[in-house]
Ligand binder design. Structure first.
Ligand code: GLC
Length: 724
């Protein structure tokens, strides 16, 4: 036995530095095996098995279960020449089997620690079953609720979106020491800016808007250490995002120093042909690889085209090596070579374990937003004599899972009806009537619903959208309640019974009639497997709602786009006719960004801003105030800090969120809340596209929503400050 025969190759020696292992392995790979690492496919077939054995696949997505991932991984590790493990990816956005609120609901908590916890649990369950890469967080800013994917992100604001992006990346990835998954902020970039809110549509925005609205959450995710990024379907200012050197190389790698790898969205490379920037798969592959897309998800373009492109000298092997290095680094970094398999029995113990389900309830409660509560109709008494529970979503097991729910199982869902039954006294009479479908025109069920309402003290009507009415390829031209649901609400309301409306939906809805008539409205989004308990806890006061809207609710779809951090224009809307507004609706939103009520009341006082005059670039502005719970119930308040730069070299938003804190106060308790504003947080791109803070006055606004400003103040910046 020659000495060399039993010396472990460097790439298989965990004591060696990762870079050394990468170079050693790269040096052993054929060009075909290198290209194989750049190819990802969905599911598993006998064809894929053959390709894996030939070293032509580097990753699979949509493979489920520990036994299955182990079985397939064994082929890659034990039946291939070099034994390079596969990395299994999946869309673990808000839960693997323990399903949390959809990301728009997570954002409604305005609680990064809670959101991080949800991501961490989701990662642990997925990783326990061999999934080591999630195609999340989705960090696309969305200002158009017609776009179904607004459900998957953190809403309309770059600051809130950045805070949530950081929390999710940290939650998913941890320190890669245990059951973590590699994060993949998506869809890079500006996918949420699709014209008309129509999925996959053109995006044409200024570089200023790109940099100040759509890029910040991605930057926050990269700064949080995201290991991968997903390039988007859309074309951006004429250049498709999956073949865009400006965004992928100049910004992502050049300006931000991103060192991970970029995976395309599903066949986004192949779709360069549809975009009309590639005449065939060879041109598509060449453009995408040169732009910086390292892995081809499900397009089968890299496999078919790259070898020929290398032979033709159109793509260098060095460029292939650059992409392979990034992918191998991630595989080494997460320990795939040392631990390619998972413990099936351990997975059974932690997936959907008691602690995880309890966390799902805790976070679902935090995500729920009380939109309206006239006359303090809520909370209801647990000893109420009778309740009619009505609506197509009242006993629905699908909707609470939301549009991306991995292994989420409807059988695990607690429906609203079940939740209500579990929270009221055994004496309470509960009548249930579906009333109608989510969609469809039949009103046959109205009679039963109205009869039930007439027999009860309160009617709880649970309406909204089905889970497939939001998410990918789920755009709506209208934002009202689908089908005849609004008519159902009206029919119940017209019986004279006290009516409470619970919404389960994946986007803002233009529920003007309900807002005008229904005394209490609760926005639950799609709250996950503990939906019924969480909603019932709000309805009966076991939990005082504290969530706030991460998106603006328009009065009607004609008002879109409408978002809080808009420009003032030369004629800001007012009662004067000759200003920027519509003739046929008020110019204010139905519910504003940051809106959310509580069963208690909070008073704000004693705003202190220091220093009032900023002279040094190093100065930070300390903002302090007091918040007091002046009600009778403990509750959470999300204190929001907005600023406005009223005079600058370019027009600036009328207000911008620059800080928030969710605090819990007991009745009578008062807390000092502090924020720190750095000059960089105030900076913007001036008329020359330079990042600056210009001298002048700044307005400070602190409040309970973007429209419910409680305290204001100012400070002045004395000198121009420029940033790199
Ligand atoms: C889809 C989505 C993307 C998802 C991917 C894999 O088309 O656009 O968000 O991660 O395919 O499922």
């Amino acid at each position: 036995m020659h000495a060399s025969e039993n010396v472990r190759p460097v790439y298989l020696d965990p004591s060696q530095p990762i870079d050394k292992r990468v170079e050693d392995l790269l040096g052993r790979m054929t060009i075909e095996e290198k290209i194989g690492q750049l190819c990802q496919y969905s599911g598993f077939t006998s064809e894929y098995e053959r390709m894996i054995i030939e070293g032509r696949i580097g990753s699979l997505l949509n493979v489920f279960g520990a036994k299955e991932t182990n079985r397939i991984q064994k082929i890659a590790v034990e039946k291939t020449r070099l034994g390079i493990p596969l990395i299994f990816g999946l869309d673990v956005l808000h839960g693997y089997k323990t399903i949390f609120p959809i990301p728009l609901g997570l954002a409604s908590t305005w609680d990064p620690d809670a959101v991080k916890k949800a991501a961490s649990i989701s990662a642990a369950e997925a990783a326990a079953e061999g999934i080591r890469w999630t195609f999340a967080p989705m960090v696309d800013i969305a200002r158009d609720p017609r776009w179904g994917r607004i459900a998957e992100g953190a809403g309309e604001d770059p600051y809130l979106g950045s805070v949530m992006a950081k929390a999710l990346v940290e939650g998913f990835q941890g320190d890669f020491s245990g059951l973590n998954v590699v994060a993949c902020p998506k869809h890079y970039v500006a996918y949420g800016g699709a014209e008309g809110g129509r999925d996959y549509n053109t995006v044409d925005i200024s570089e200023r808007t790109l940099r100040e609205v759509y890029l910040p959450p991605f930057k926050a995710a990269v700064e949080a250490g995201a290991g991968t990024v997903m390039s988007a379907f859309n074309d951006l200012n004429g250049i498709p995002a999956s073949a865009n050197p400006f965004t992928l190389r100049t910004i992502l790698r050049g300006e931000w120093g991103f060192e991970g790898f970029v995976v395309s969205d599903w066949n986004a490379i192949g779709e360069l042909i549809n975009h009309g920037v590639a005449g065939d798969i060879f041109e598509a592959a060449e453009k995408a690889l040169k732009a910086g897309v390292d892995m081809d998800m499900q397009g089968d373009v890299y496999r078919r085209a790259l070898l020929q492109l290398v032979k033709d000298g159109r793509v260098s092997e060095d460029m292939i090596n650059e992409a392979v290095r990034r992918i191998l680094k991630i595989k080494f970094k997460i320990g795939l070579f040392e631990h390619p398999y998972v413990d099936v029995e351990y997975a059974k113990r932690i997936v959907k374990c008691k602690e995880h389900v309890e966390a799902a309830l805790e976070i679902a409660r935090k995500s729920i937003v009380l939109l309206k509560n006239d006359g303090a109709v809520l909370p209801l008494s647990k000893n109420i004599e009778s309740i009619a529970v009505i609506g197509p979503l009242a006993d629905d097991r699908e909707a609470p899972l939301g549009p991306w729910s991995c292994l989420g199982d409807p059988r695990d869902i607690v429906t609203v009806l079940e939740g209500i039954k579990s929270r009221v006294s055994s004496e309470t009479r509960i009548l249930y009537a579906k009333g109608c479908d989510v969609d469809g025109l039949s009103t046959e069920g109205f009679k039963e619903a109205v009869e039930a309402a007439k027999k009860c003290k309160v009617a709880i009507v649970v309406v909204g959208e089905s889970r497939d009415m939001s998410g990918e390829a789920a755009c709506r031209a209208f934002l009202n309640l689908p089908g005849v649901q609004e008519e159902l609400v009206k029919a119940v309301y017209e019986t004279g019974v006290t009516t409470v409306e619970v919404l389960m939906n994946g986007r803002p809805l233009s529920i003007q009639w309900s807002a005008d008539h229904i005394p209490a409205i609760v926005e639950a989004w799609f709250p996950g497997i503990q939906a019924g308990y969480a909603i019932a806890d709000i309805l009966f006061g076991n939990y005082n709602p504290g969530g706030k809207l991460p998106v603006t609710f328009p009065r009607t779809v004609g008002q879109v786009p409408i978002y809080y951090n808009h420009k003032n224009t030369g004629r800001p809307p007012s009662s004067d006719r000759w200003t920027s507004k519509y003739l046929d609706i008020p110019y204010t939103p139905l519910f504003p960004f940051g809106h959310g009520l509580s069963y208690t009341k909070f008073e704000y006082s004693e705003l202190d801003i220091s220093p009032r005059e900023v002279t040094s670039p190093k100065d930070a502005i300390k903002i302090k105030l007091k918040v007091k719970n002046v009600g009778h119930l403990e509750g959470d308040e999300i204190v929001q800090l907005y600023i406005n730069d009223p005079v600058a070299s370019v027009t600036r938003p009328v207000k911008e969120l620059k800080g928030f804190k969710r605090i819990t106060l007991k009745p009578g308790e008062e807390r000092i809340v502090e924020f720190t504003l750095t000059l960089e947080m105030l900076s913007f791109l001036n008329h020359e596209m330079k990042r600056v803070v210009e001298p002048g006055l700044f307005k400070v606004m602190v409040g309970s929503s973007s429209e419910d400003i409680r305290l204001t103040g100012t400070f002045t910046v004395k000198n121009l400050v420029e940033f790199p």
